[in-house]
Design a protein around this ligand. Structure first.
Ligand code: F6P
Length: 467
C-alpha cells in the first residue's frame, strides 16, 4: 500500500488531530503517503477532491499536532447517500485517480454509514471519535437486541429490548471513544465552578450537558460532584426528583443538578425537544431540557417555598439553567484522549496495510491488560436491519434512586479518568492562558496554514466538470 486518504466527519471532538497524528506517524514508518481530505465527506463529494499531503517525504507536516483541538482537515455532517450508486462510483473514481488505495474515516455512527457503501470500492477503516461515547456496545450481542415497529405512518421505529441485567466491564466493545474524556473534564470543571456561586446565592443550578440519547457525559460529570445527575436512559420520575431537590435544598441551601440533553419524561418523550428539527445527518437537535426541568421544579416547589425560606423572591430567580454547550467539544484534548486517539489512528493504518476492509478500530479495556486497541468488522455494530444504534449507559451503571453513578458506574469511570490529565495539560494552562502575547497578537488559525497546502484534483483528471 503506497497511498491512503483520511477524513474527519460528523461533529468535531478535541482528539481528532491526535488520531490523524497517530495515523500519519504509523504511515511514515510504513512508508505510506497520507492525503487528508478537506471537510469530511463533502470533500470526497467535491469533483476537485480538496486534499492536503500530510506527510511529504514521510515527515508529518508541522500543523498536525496531537494537542490541537478540532481537526486541521475540517469536518462536516454531509454523508454519501448509499442508494446513489452514480455518486458512489464517481467518488471511487476520484479516489483511484489520486492513487488512493485505502480510506480512514474518523467519526461516529453516521460516519460508518457514510463509509460502508464506499467499502464496496475501496478498503476502508473507521477510527472512532465522539464526545458522546455512544459508538460501541455494552456487550457484543447487544447490537441485535432491538425490536422494530412500524407506525401508522409506515415509518419504522426501534425499541431496545431488556437485554442483560448485569454487564461486565471487560465485555464493553469500545470502552471509551476519543473526545469523551475531554468533554467530561470540561463538564466536571464547569460543575465545580457553578457550585460555589449556587452555594453563595442559595440557588438551584441546572446544568445541561451534551450526549444526545446517551448519558455518558452526564454520568462522568459525577467527578464535579453534582447533587443530582439525570441521564436520558432513565425516564424522569418527576415526584422523586422534586423530593430529592427539596431534601438537598433544605439541607445545604442550594442544589446542583446535571441533566443530559436527551433526558426523557416518564412516557419516553425527550424532555426538551421543542421541535423535531434534525441536522444534515438526520440527528435530532436537542434543545431545552434544562429549561423544561426548571419549569417542572419551579412549578412543584412554587415561589412560596423559596420565600418561606427567605432565600429568594421567586422560583424563577432561585433556579437557573446553563448549557455547557460546545465548550465540551472544543479545545485541547487531555492526555487520555491524545494518547488513545493516536493509538487508534495508528491501528487504523495497520489494519488497512494488512489488507482488511470495512473495519472499526476499538479501544478495549480489561483488568489484565488495561486499555488496548483492537478492531472489529463494522457490521458487528449493526442490528439485524442494518441500523447502528447509539450505545446507551447500561442501567447497571446508574443508580436511579440516588441519581448518581452506581458502584459499577464508578468502576467504569475510574480506569478512564484516574490518570486522564497529564502534567503537561496543567502546564499548558499555566504557561499559555495568560501569556502577554495573547493580548497583543491576533489569533492565528491553523486554517490559514492548511489553506496554503490544499491541492485540488485537476478537472481533467477527475473526469468531471465543475468544482
Ligand atoms: O454528537 C456530538 C454532539 O456534540 C452532541 O453531543 C450534540 O447534541 C451535537 O453534537 C451538537 O451538534 P452541533 O454541533 O451540530 O450543534
Amino acid at each position: 500500500m503506497r497511498r491512503i486518504a483520511i477524513l474527519t466527519a460528523g461533529g468535531d471532538t478535541p482528539a481528532l488531530n491526535a488520531t490523524i497524528y497517530g495515523a500519519v506517524n504509523r504511515a511514515n514508518a510504513l512508508r505510506i503517503e497520507v492525503y487528508g481530505i478537506i471537510k469530511g465527506f463533502s470533500g470526497v463529494l467535491n469533483p476537485r477532491l480538496p486534499h492536503v499531503h500530510l506527510n511529504p517525504l514521510f515527515m508529518t507536516i508541522p500543523e498536525l499536532t496531537p494537542g490541537l483541538g478540532g481537526t486541521i482537515l475540517g469536518a462536516s455532517r454531509d454523508y454519501v447517500n448509499p442508494e446513489d450508486t452514480t455518486t458512489l462510483k464517481q467518488v471511487a473514481h476520484r479516489l483511484s485517480r489520486m492513487g488512493i488505495e485505502g480510506l480512514i474515516c474518523i467519526g461516529g455512527d453516521g460516519t460508518i454509514n457514510g463509509m460502508q457503501p464506499l467499502a464496496e470500492f475501496i478498503p476502508t477503516v473507521l477510527a472512532p471519535k465522539t464526545i458522546d461515547n455512544d459508538l460501541g456496545l455494552n456487550y457484543a450481542e447487544e447490537a441485535t437486541e432491538w425490536l422494530r415497529e412500524t407506525g401508522s405512518n409506515g415509518r419504522a421505529s426501534y425499541r431496545k429490548l431488556q437485554g442483560r441485567d448485569e454487564i461486565s466491564l471487560d465485555d464493553l466493545v469500545n470502552y471509551a471513544t476519543p473526545g469523551y474524556a475531554t468533554a467530561v473534564y470540561v463538564a466536571a470543571s464547569g460543575i465545580q465552578r457553578v457550585r460555589t456561586t449556587a452555594e453563595s446565592h442559595r440557588r438551584i443550578a441546572i446544568i445541561e450537558v451534551m450526549g444526545r440519547d446517551s448519558g455518558y457525559i452526564a454520568l462522568g460529570s459525577a467527578y464535579g460532584q453534582p447533587d443530582i445527575i439525570l441521564i436520558p436512559e432513565a425516564p424522569l420520575d418527576e415526584l422523586a426528583l422534586v423530593e430529592r431537590v427539596r431534601e438537598v435544598y433544605d439541607l445545604q441551601k442550594h442544589v446542583v443538578i446535571v441533566v443530559g440533553e436527551g433526558v426523557r419524561d416518564a412516557s419516553g418523550q425527550p424532555l426538551g425537544t421543542l421541535s423535531r428539527s434534525v441536522d444534515p445527518a438526520g440527528n435530532i437537535i436537542f434543545s431545552g431540557a434544562a429549561e423544561h426541568l426548571k419549569q417542572i421544579i419551579g412549578d412543584s416547589l412554587g415561589d412560596e417555598y423559596f420565600v418561606s425560606k427567605r432565600r429568594n423572591e421567586s422560583a424563577n430567580s432561585a433556579i437557573f439553567t446553563r448549557k455547557l454547550g460546545h465548550t465540551q467539544r472544543g479545545g485541547r484534548p487531555i492526555l487520555f484522549d491524545r494518547f488513545h486517539a493516536a493509538q487508534l489512528g495508528s491501528k487504523a493504518v495497520e489494519i488497512l496495510a494488512e489488507g482488511q476492509t470495512n473495519m472499526v478500530v476499538t479501544l478495549q479495556w480489561n483488568r489484565e491488560r488495561g486499555f488496548h486497541v483492537d478492531a472489529i468488522p463494522a457490521f458487528r455494530l449493526r442490528d439485524q436491519w442494518g441500523i447502528i444504534h447509539p450505545r446507551q449507559v447500561h442501567r447497571s451503571l446508574y443508580d436511579a434512586v440516588r441519581f448518581q453513578p452506581s458502584r459499577l458506574g464508578v468502576e467504569f469511570l475510574m480506569p478512564i479518568f484516574t490518570n486522564a490529565i497529564g502534567a503537561d495539560d496543567m502546564e499548558e494552562v499555566r504557561a499559555h492562558l495568560f501569556h502577554p502575547g495573547n493580548l497583543t497578537n491576533r489569533f492565528h488559525s491553523v486554517n490559514v496554514d492548511i489553506q496554503k497546502r490544499i491541492r485540488l484534483l485537476s478537472p481533467a483528471a477527475s473526469g468531471e466538470s465543475g468544482a
